[in-house]
Design a protein around this ligand. Sequence first.
Ligand SMILES: O=C(O)CCC(=O)C(=O)O
Ligand SMILES: [Fe+2]
Length: 319
Amino acid sequence: MSEEDSVSYSDMDSRGFLLIRDFLDQSEVEMLKQDFESAALEVNSNYSVRRLSASAMDRLEPKFRHVNEQVAAQSSVKVDCLNDGVYFSTVSEKATLSSPRKGAQAFPWHQDHENYWMWFDVKNYLNFYMPVVKPVVEKSNLTVVPLDRLHERAPEIHDKLLGRGATRVLPSGSKWVVKDDNRGGKVGTLDFDPAEIEETPELRPGDLLLLRGDLIHRTQDSSTRRVAASIRYINSETQVPRASLAKGGLAKMLMMLNARYLFEPVFQCFDNADGSSVRASEIDLHLKQVRERRLSGQEAQNTSKLAFLSRLTKEKLRS
Ligand SMILES: O=C(O)CCC(=O)C(=O)O
Ligand SMILES: [Fe+2]
């Protein structure tokens, strides 16, 4: 029996994540290492990431598809479209919102932000997280808050966080506050340290940690030099509502501005469509075309800050 046969895919509903050991073989890990070395840094000022090449993602696509079929058969999570992939390194190559000290990058507790704003549906959204450079098995992993354990300890917060994103969990005295970076304010308060219910699967290069888009997670530590590929799947049939993208508080505006190279093309999709929503597959296709044009130098890498702020303001007024 292979590793994959013993995986309980229904964990995607009950726990929000699952682990498949030795998902990638040596040559695939080697291929990703080389791909990382040759990838340029993204123009994202929220964090330091490099993007996977389309050819690296294409090569692994059949493997991902097989997993997605199993997940769809055994849980309620449905994804079918490889949208994007980035490399997260614990060694930051620039100062960003998530670099706690010079040269290091560690993400504190959060639900992902940008994908929640871009796709809206993060339950039908998967993060294929695979270490590529991983010198110490018990260090620099990804720590998660399993859904079942959160439900047991804080059922109300669990219910509020299901299907949602763009939050951070921060210490506040003896409690922990769940900050809402979407609308501002807070989602709620935990009267215990999330570390009490966390789990940290110890990963080796090529292992796959598969996470739902609404799972709370953080970097375990950035004490070793670790690089992980993180490949993102969406559901092509999701209808993305126009009104939600520009709506929100200051934290959202700032993060969108820092990643305007991602959001400007989404607004362009809405401009080109006339309805109040656009199918995720259409946005995905447009993003890929923009990426291609940027790679070949036919289009600027980024939009100006001022132009994006004016766009955002107009959209806010519109909705
Ligand atoms: O690699 C890390 O430590 C953070 C990764 C992360 O936050 C993510 O994959 O969404
Ligand atoms: Fe994340």
